[in-house]
Design a protein around this ligand. Sequence first.
Ligand code: ASP
Ligand code: MG
Length: 403
Amino acid sequence: MGSTERIKNVARRVAKWHDAGYQIVVVPSAMSGETNRLIGLAKEIMEQPDPRELDMLASTGEQVSVALLSMALHAVGKEAVSYAGWQVAIRTDSAYTKARIQSIDDAKVRKDLDAGKIVIITGFQGVDGDGNIATLGRGGSDTSAVAIAVAMKAQECQIYTDVDGVYTTDPRVVSDARLLKTVTFEEMLEMASLGSKVLQIRSVEFAGNYKMPTRVLSSLTDPMIPLEEEAASGTLISFEEDTHMEQAAITGIAFNRDEAKITVLGVPDKPGIAYQILGPIADANIEVDMIIQNQSVDGKTDFTFTVPRGDHAKSMEVLKSVKEHIGAVSIAGDAKVSKVSVVGVGMRSHVGIASQMFRTLSEEGINILMISTSEIKISVLIDEKYMELAVRALHKAFDLEKA
Ligand code: ASP
Ligand code: MG
């Protein structure tokens, strides 16, 4: 919601659904840019603000949204009531700035709904056991919405966002990327973890664990479009048993531009070496993704792994400090690598997906640095400068533009 005009539009859309007889809980995010603005203010005061205070601050963005939306609903003649997460209460743990929801008390909300009210609850936040406000991490309103839908046993959780659904890949990279009518929860989880930024990963996990049908749809359409049309728009995250047997091999291509690769060269090949290398990395709170260890030659091996690019410098520092202890010859880093992944539950029943992927990349002269696979995805690490080329070539090779 970028302006009060947009908030009035949301109110019209919500009123339309309410008029059709639905009970509705709305979970707004902060107004566009507001969370960044608040965090920016904190950074003007100090570089590393206390996480509890940061949450106290960042959570206010949503409080503005819920109150304004409630007023906008009153203005169109609806009964509505807004709550901050702590008032509901949405209980979280105390991991400030990345808290997890533990429970939601639905009693008050249910009472309001039964009284005919539209209930509006702040996204992105809850309250810990000691009464402190805790936020769920950037993009956390998605998770709030799904968790509240689960607590309310909703028919569907609709996530209105600034894209009109989930595409086969980012349409900014491939112009004929296609909107998917459905995507399975597992595919969505892979795509979210592999860099697609449509939904917060945690929200997809919630949807999957509780089998909450979740739909991603556009907030930019005319709020008064017919309800049936809106209800069928966007992308429904489904559960595999519901989808057709006729699955295409690949559903989508995800990519993450900002990866970095680190190689520890000439380490002794003996028990405990992976632990000695990755232990200090984990202690520094750095998330490791792909890992390979080479065949050893003369009792020595090379160990390579990837980290988010933002953690590259820190990882190099950590390793330099333990290099002697590990007995490594040297450490090499490359912060200009990207990961491209093909994803699809269809992989389970189609053979040859990996070879088709590798052939396509070889035809484009793209060198593969690392490979990792799961049951429904194949990822390759490549030089950053070939990323878009790789995505376009793969999109074409797997006919993703065709329905
Ligand atoms: N307002 C929060 C953020 O910008 C939560 C959200 O948008 O989902 O990260
Ligand atoms: Mg968001």
